[in-house]
Design a protein around this ligand. Structure first.
Ligand SMILES: [Zn+2]
Length: 105
């Protein structure tokens, strides 16, 4: 049995960076934290892990558009809230292609 390689391609790395930024922004604005609060740190770890194990790897589409619901419901609700909130800010201040990718439908 060989251990499955974790995703580490440019798309996955980029999405990890974007999701980290979005959670940091959300926590800063909503929870008024400089560093991530415990809840947001937990969500971030979870999201990064999901990306590492995403079965589509570099071929993945936007998570919101994916047919495989790999998120547990409680985390799915949380990240949806983060995306909705931080998405607007990111488009205004960090107009990077990865955000468009995350939000595409
Ligand atoms: Zn927080």
């Amino acid at each position: 049995m060989s251990k499955r390689e974790l995703n580490n391609g440019p798309l996955i790395r980029d999405e990890k960076e974007t999701v980290s930024k979005m959670i940091a922004l959300y926590c800063h604005k909503k929870h008024h934290q400089d560093d991530l609060c415990e809840e947001c740190a937990d969500l971030k770890n979870y999201c990064l892990e999901r990306l590492s194990y995403c079965r589509f790897g570099e071929q993945k589409s936007a998570c919101s558009n994916c047919s495989v619901h790999c998120y547990q419901p409680k985390y799915r609700e949380k990240i949806k809230r983060v995306m909705r909130y931080s998405g607007m800010w990111m488009l205004l201040y960090h107009p990077v292609y990865s955000v468009k990718h995350l939000l595409k439908r």
